[in-house]
Design a protein around this ligand. Sequence first.
Ligand SMILES: Cc1cc2nc3c(=O)[nH]c(=O)nc-3n(C[C@H](O)[C@H](O)[C@H](O)COP(=O)(O)OP(=O)(O)OC[C@H]3O[C@@H](n4cnc5c(N)ncnc54)[C@H](O)[C@@H]3O)c2cc1C
Length: 384
Amino acid sequence: MADTQDMNTLDNAAFRSMLRSWIEANYPPEIRSPAKRLHLRDNWPWYKALSEKGWLCPSWPREHGGMGLSAEKQVIMTEEFERHGCARLNDHGATMLGPLLIRYGTPSQQQHFLPKIISGEHIWCQGYSEPGAGSDLASLRTKADRDGDEWVVNGQKIWTTMANDANWIFLLVRTASTARKQDGISFLLVPMDSPGVTVRPILNLEMHDEFCEVFFDNVRVPIDNLVGEINKGWSMAKALLGFERIFIGSPRLSDYAFSRLLELGRLYKLEDDRAFQERASQLFLDLENHKTLFAEYLDLISRGKQLGPDVSLLKINQSELFRRITEYMLELTGEMGGVIEGLGHDGALNASAQFLQARAATIYAGSSEIQRNIISKTVLNLPS
Ligand SMILES: Cc1cc2nc3c(=O)[nH]c(=O)nc-3n(C[C@H](O)[C@H](O)[C@H](O)COP(=O)(O)OP(=O)(O)OC[C@H]3O[C@@H](n4cnc5c(N)ncnc54)[C@H](O)[C@@H]3O)c2cc1C
């Protein structure tokens, strides 16, 4: 039964304690603190539990089935999920497509798609990157040609996270050849079970099939599946990257890695070691700083403000802090850092898995170099 109470009316301590007891009572113990990103078959009970409770989409407005939660409370929620070691869900619908449809979708697209994200009937993946169009995304070549009441899609996407779990994909497609390559791009919603869609998983350095290649061979989609105006998808694509950078800028990953670092300190009996105390304290202060920055951005969103290009700062700050924490974990574990099963009684102290995930975080959703380019050009107005 969905919780209809407005959580913003609770004081922070009461909200935190209510969350903590609910998570402890409802989180599946067998998937606590997973070393790798889980597939849908494993995280589904948690998806379902959050969905039924009405807690899957904290930032969405309440009229669309979200919690309409204040920035401060969203940070508390993140902290409590991390404290308990809750797994990341297949969340492209909740964190990216949902906010995009709420801003740019037609009422009928909102009514059709948003409830299906919440119920988990639709599991989404993100089809942006292509071979030859990663950082330079506007060079994408997957095209959609109009044929009567349908779009016909041909091309290839790559690095599509959890495409092997998803039954829908949101795509950037070329719908016109224009002099300025950003101009002929549109935003299209495609069911993965359409004839002509092929998904091929790719193994990452952890030998985990977390992302895929997706091929489109004369895939037919109704014209109504286009979001926003034709050929104007670039501004929406950027808005969605803004939502993504907010989500990825969340202290979640660093928070979790920091809790693992402290656990490592306990395992190696370093609590009284001055060198460990100094490094851990510095990282803790950096993490606290980052939480403050994150709350400021969330606050802007909850007050209905548009995010500027400076949101790149959040992504850089989070992913590079995550990287610093995990580099220290690897330094402490030495050669044991390479043990694939991890250390500790439950194998949850996996320094190399954390390290590799942190490396990936400085690449996906736009690499650190690209974020710095954005800041130098559009925030600081430096010459190219
Ligand atoms: C774990 C993971 C999950 C991902 N999931 C998805 C997903 O679900 N959907 C999706 O669409 N994509 C996804 N991606 C793709 C991701 O967005 C791209 O990898 C990223 O944008 C970089 O593109 P690229 O890999 O083509 O590298 P390239 O663009 O070829 O860049 C290679 C290197 O050159 C640097 N570089 C490139 N251009 C410049 C420049 N102008 N100035 C300075 N340096 C530059 C980059 O910083 C990088 O270090 C994922 C990637 C990873 C690692």
